[in-house]
Design a protein around this ligand. Sequence first.
Ligand code: IMP
Length: 181
Amino acid sequence: MLMHKDVEEVLLSLDQIVEKSEELGKRLSKDYEGKTPVFIALLKGAVPFFAEVIKHIECPMEIDFLDVSSYSGVNSTGKVTIKRDVTTNVTGRHVVFVEDIIDTGLTLSEVIKEFKNRGVASYEVVTLVDKPEGRKVNDVEPKYIGFNIPNKFVVGFGLDYNELYRNLPYIGVLKRSVYEK
Ligand code: IMP
């Protein structure tokens, strides 16, 4: 497999991601046995990972999508607005948020506040990658984590830099020269 010219290093291969997604899907199936959770994927980055995980969910489940904006470029702005809301009535439901990456935690923290107001029965977070060093809030610790990675800007498998690189079939570190011009 060829590495994209803007990628410095591949951190997680497709095989690693596929295998981990299966493992997480199986864990979720066990934990939600007897329930019908609503999985809410955060657009757009979580979509490829979400597609891998749901293949392995064995309990009845529903899916929905939420699009919030908090980022432009490589730095978090900390302001969250809902661009596209879920269409599911989540009151009394068990919700599983699916994220591509958690860095500061600010995005999820705001999302969780909003969904608590809507009266969810429970919520958990599953993320493909976590950058724990970047954390600015401590109320969003994900129960299901694919991989911990160092505090570097990564792209691929849904993750973007200014909307590009989401299609890469791996997660890699973006060369600094791409965003430091
Ligand atoms: P947080 O609010 O800082 O936790 O950021 C969460 C969101 O920021 C993710 O859903 C991504 O869209 C984006 N993000 C954070 N780190 C990276 C990265 O290394 N590459 C691409 N997007 C990132």
